[in-house]
Design a protein around this ligand. Structure first.
Ligand code: FES
Ligand code: FES
Length: 185
């Protein structure tokens, strides 16, 4: 069974009356999942965040769980928002790229990555919010990840500009910044 079919089955269960929490916390603010009726059982979290809340940082190039560009953080875990129903997010905490601090070490490291031998971490930038959120979730869990942990965490994200070496380097640099800021060793 593919991801899209699973999502449809879950939407059918919600439509059949599976209860859900009426609110979701997005970037620290409680938001209603009801109200104007625009959220149906099959509304994805990605659609809700972009179209209902105007949080357009996340992108939806594939809408079938295959590219990672729609990644957000739900209760501390990186998730694909196109593969989660909005109603399934009820009662949970969502963090989108708009919710990160202006001086977030991951954002800064991606923006500034230009080391020779690795290249830039972004060209067109379309994939960047997804990579940033997946990386942020990793560093929250593992402040000093190994190269293979970085690779594993980002294995579901696609960069069509091919900036993978720069992206991996940016995550490493972000972990170094984090260590410098927190005084870790
Ligand atoms: S849009 Fe969600 S994984 Fe591609
Ligand atoms: S920077 Fe263009 S898709 Fe990744």
């Amino acid at each position: 069974m593919d991801q899209r079919t699973r999502l449809r089955d879950r939407a059918a269960a919600v439509g059949a009356g599976v209860p859900c929490a009426p609110e979701v916390v997005v970037n620290g603010e409680a938001r209603s999942l009801g109200g104007d009726g625009s959220v149906t059982p099959s509304t994805t979290l990605a659609w809700y965040l972009r179209e209902r809340l105007g949080l357009t940082g996340l992108k939806v190039p594939c809408d079938q769980g295959a590219c990672g560009a729609c990644t957000v953080i739900m209760d501390g875990r990186a998730v694909l928002s196109c593969m989660i129903l909005a109603v399934e997010a009820g009662g949970h905490e969502i963090l989108t790229i708009e919710g990160l601090a202006g001086d977030d070490c991951v954002v800064e490291a991606f923006a500034e990555q230009s080391e020779p031998g690795y290249g830039t971490a972004l060209q067109c930038g379309y994939c960047t919010p997804g990579f940033v959120m997946a990386s942020r979730a990793l560093l929250d869990r593992r402040p000093l990840p190994t190269p293979s942990e970085i690779k594993e965490q980002l294995s579901g994200n696609i960069c069509r500009c091919g900036c993978y070496a720069g992206i991996a380097r940016a995550v490493h640099n972000a972990s170094e910044r984090l260590r410098a800021r927190t005084g870790g060793s």
